[in-house]
Design a protein around this ligand. Structure first.
Ligand code: ADP
Ligand code: NI
Length: 218
């Protein structure tokens, strides 16, 4: 199979797996991550084929979205083999998508990603901040029954992976302090950090306005 045909097959695999998602991991998210990945991959001169494949596939094995992570990984490896990915290419893609999540940075050391992985991680994380990030956090929090805000509830420091997944102790506003505002300095590439600067300010302005309005109602 030609590379373009392989990427087309990868795209269709993702559509089949995530087409019905309503938690903010839908196809619009994937499309943005793929576009940003291609842009960053050119700047950083990394292997665009591996980066693009990983960008498409990065959420198809997410623990929040599949019944069994192991089965989802096995199925994906088998699919990639069928469309003529080499063993090295399969390893490269799997190493990226199993270690690039924000949750993967919480327990112990942050995993070291390949240059391609760093680009895909930046593209994914950029989509969690700024105006789109604000809407995705609200969409996700609403779907999972989070309250919007509780001034008595302090944002958690030094969250573990389990804390991050424990949505009973979360509000949408706390999610900004616990994750979204922390992303900018964690980005791998200069280009992503530059894009993040404006988005960070948008989130800070939003939080100021939200809290001003909240405090003014008594
Ligand atoms: P990653 O993309 O690093 O794997 P997630 O899959 O956990 O991170 O997050 C996907 C999207 O859902 C992001 O926009 C993120 O900010 C949002 N999100 C994750 N957890 C929460 C939460 N507890 N409350 C609100 N939004 C959340
Ligand atoms: Ni994602």
């Amino acid at each position: 199979m030609e590379p373009a045909e392989q990427l087309d097959a990868v795209k269709h695999y993702t559509i089949q797996k995530l087409g019905m998602d309503h938690t903010g991991h839908g196809l619009d998210h994937i499309r943005r991550v793929v576009k940003m990945t291609k842009r960053l991959a050119k700047d950083e001169q990394v292997d665009e084929f591996i980066a693009t494949a990983a960008a498409y596939l990065h959420d198809t094995i997410d623990e929040k979205l599949v019944m069994s992570v192991k089965e989802a990984q096995d199925e994906l490896r088998e699919f990639l083999r069928k469309i003529d990915f080499t063993q090295n290419q399969i390893h490269a893609v799997m190493a990226i998508i199993t270690q690039m999540s924000f949750a993967d940075t919480l327990d112990g050391e942050r995993p070291t990603l390949s240059p391609e992985g760093q680009v895909v991680q930046d593209a994914d994380w950029l989509d969690a901040i700024g105006g789109i990030g604000i809407v995705r956090a609200i969409y996700f929090g609403g779907k999972h029954g989070e309250r919007i805000y509780d001034p008595e509830m302090a944002p958690r420091e030094n969250m573990t992976r389990d804390d991050y997944r424990d949505l009973r102790h979360e509000t949408i506003i706390n999610h900004f302090y616990e994750k979204l505002l922390k992303i900018k300095p964690m980005l791998n590439t200069k280009a992503a950090q530059q894009i993040a600067a404006h988005r960070q300010q948008v989130m800070l302005d939003f939080l100021d306005e939200f809290k001003d309005e909240w405090a003014s109602i008594r």
